[in-house]
Design a binder for this molecule. Structure first.
Ligand SMILES: [Zn+2]
Length: 402
């Protein structure tokens, strides 16, 4: 088991230079690793990276010996939720407890950037403010605020309680004019994107005109739109309405055919697979049904990756156990190489969300958001979940004790 960093006793600070030395460094998913590499951090940014024999480490620099360890850019998790009851009244939670919760869910797994795809925006903003003020160590948070759902689609209070979620007043919409009103309200309140749910077993599906209206508002503000699909038909509707990111695979409606894949490709959408969660929800069903579902979702990702499609890592944290190991192994089963999975965690989201000049790679001048892994994930993909240190802007925000 990993231990926690005692807060207030950060062992390494950004006051001086910090050097990670003698590690294997994956500077990006497409370049060969630097063996026996050194990474010099100054003022929270990457100052130099290269072979330990070339990079000059000032004598005053604090050193972290990374012998046998592997270094990558900080990870993005592009599908999380701050909806569990533990986040309620985020402004009032004691700092040490909040820090432990953020560590449990995110920083201990190397996540330095997350996109929250539906939560109580006022509350999530309070959480983000406490992190950004330096009071609590945590990741960079982007959020869509409350997702827009079709009228009548909300689960009952009993289900919400059983799932362990806060009871959140989510805006219900039926048509384009309501989509405009609710999207504008959220964008005015400063959200970083819009999240749409198109269908539910309990309601009529939203018409394309409502999806298009929300997309127009979001794009007008320069923000991306995410859609939660339940079926391949939902994916098609999202794509033709201009949605940017498909937030799940849809194994319950069978494999994606050429029409769906071609439309996704043509509109250059990105896909967040969330493979573990569908398996998790099926855990009480017959093994044969579980296997069929797993094969279908893995097949959808395989087809999308074969078509050259963009994948963003995301596992719907907040609705599922925090450990991402199974998500990594399922992505590998779908034929994704280590480089492709690393891209889904780093360069792909940084590019998609307009941050590639600051984040996503290890290169001079970029923010020193860095993950140090205990083992090399190119040899065993499960190693992506075995984090030794997590750094955000050169500050160690998580440190394993083993
Ligand atoms: Zn979700």
């Amino acid at each position: 088991m990993s231990g926690s960093l005692p807060f207030g006793q950060t062992p390494y600070s950004t006051n001086g230079d910090l050097a990670l030395v003698r590690g294997t460094i994956y500077v990006s998913p497409t370049e060969p690793p630097v063996r026996e590499g050194a990474l010099l951090i100054r003022g929270g940014k990457i100052f130099a990276v290269g072979s330990s024999s070339i990079v000059q480490t000032p004598q005053t620099a604090q050193l972290i010996d990374c012998t046998g360890l592997t270094i990558t850019a900080g990870f993005w998790n592009s599908h999380v939720h701050f909806t569990e009851r533990k986040w309620a009244n985020a402004a009032e939670i004691p700092a040490s407890e909040l820090a432990r919760q953020l560590q449990d869910m995110l920083t201990r797994y190397g996540f330095t950037s997350v996109f929250d795809l539906s939560s109580l925006w006022k509350n999530t903003r309070n959480l983000r403010d406490r992190i950004e003020s330096g009071e609590v160590p945590g990741p960079r948070i982007r959020s869509t605020g409350e997702g827009l759902v079709p009228k009548g689609a909300l689960p009952s209070e009993t289900v919400v309680r059983m799932m362990g979620w806060m009871n959140i007043p989510v805006p219900e919409i039926t048509d384009a004019s309501e989509a405009v009103v609710e999207s504008r309200k959220l964008l005015h309140e400063g959200v970083d994107g819009i999240k749409l749910f198109r269908s539910s077993p309990r309601s009529a599906s939203l018409p394309d005109s409502a999806l298009e209206a929300a997309v127009t508002e979001a794009h007008g503000a320069g923000k991306p739109v995410f859609l939660h699909p339940n079926t391949g038909e939902d994916v098609l509707a999202a794509v033709r309405s201009g949605v940017d990111i498909i937030a799940h695979t849809t194994p319950h409606s069978g494999p994606w055919d050429e029409t769906i894949l071609a439309a996704m490709k043509e509109r250059r959408v990105a896909l967040i697979p969330t493979l573990t969660i569908w398996k998790y929800y099926m855990r009480h069903d017959r093994i044969s049904a579980q296997e069929q579902l797993a094969n279908t979702e893995i097949g959808q990702v395989r087809a999308w990756v074969s078509a050259g499609g963009t994948v963003l890592f995301g596992n719907d944290l907040g609705a599922i156990d925090y450990d991402p190991t199974e998500e990594y192994t399922l992505m590998a089963e779908a034929g994704m190489s280590f480089g492709q999975i690393l891209a889904s965690l780093t360069t792909a989201p940084a590019e998609r969300f307009g941050e590639s000049k600051q984040l996503g790679r290890i290169a001079k001048g970029l923010e020193a958001d860095v993950v140090v892994l205990k083992e090399d994930p190119s040899k065993n993909i499960r190693a992506l979940a075995g984090v030794k240190y997590t750094l955000r802007s050169g500050n160690v925000i998580y440190r394993a004790t083993d």
